[in-house]
Design a protein around this ligand. Structure first.
Ligand code: FE2
Ligand code: FE2
Length: 186
């Protein structure tokens, strides 16, 4: 709701890592709320797809960039490992939702349980003494990490758009063809 005070004034200055990740959290929370209010199946499907795609990108950039940097800087294996295990649980449910649809009797329940898992996980990341506050107290370069997260996020978002309409280009290996192209005697 509240507009960022600095919007437009700094010519697109990048967010630091924690600001970026928190903004992702707020976006997904908003979509979960909208899902709860949604009445028709098309809208539910649209929101579920947005939520799943956003969470896949978010967990990937955390796992590839932020979590390793956190572990390196803090040596806090407890917080790090719990976060990864929570991601793995969420990913299984995301895959189930992606393989399902609003006509499925359990669809709403799956999205609801995912929202609860994410709510818990986000709280763990953002609470006082949690991962983000430990990261702030460490010597992590949060500005540089913010740039890396933003770049990787943009790349992944571009990929998931491509996945929708581009068939696999040259997946078959050339060398498998001679055997297959042998005359079959007809
Ligand atoms: Fe997160
Ligand atoms: Fe996370």
């Amino acid at each position: 709701m509240a507009r960022a005070k600095s919007a437009g004034s700094s010519g697109g200055r990048t967010q630091d890592a924690i600001a970026l990740l928190k903004a992702d959290h707020r976006q997904v929370e908003e979509w979960f709320e909208q899902f709860e209010k949604a009445r028709n199946d098309d809208r539910k499907q649209e929101l579920a797809t947005q939520i799943c795609n956003a969470l896949k990108v978010h967990t990937t950039i955390e796992e590839e960039i932020f979590y390793p940097a956190f572990l390196e800087a803090t040596d806090d294996t407890d917080i790090h490992h719990e976060a990864e295990v929570e991601h793995n649980g969420a990913k299984k449910l995301i895959a189930e939702i992606e393989g399902s649809s609003p006509e499925d009797e359990y669809f709403d329940a799956k999205v609801k349980v995912l929202s609860e898992m994410i709510k818990h996980h986000v709280k763990e990341e953002e609470k006082s003494g949690g991962m983000f506050s430990e990261a702030r107290d460490s010597d992590m370069d949060l500005d540089a990490l913010g740039e890396q997260l933003a770049a990787r996020k943009a790349e992944l978002e571009g990929q998931s758009e491509d996945d929708d309409d581009v068939p696999p280009p040259r997946g078959q290996k050339e060398r498998s063809q001679p055997g297959r192209s042998m005359k079959s005697g007809r």
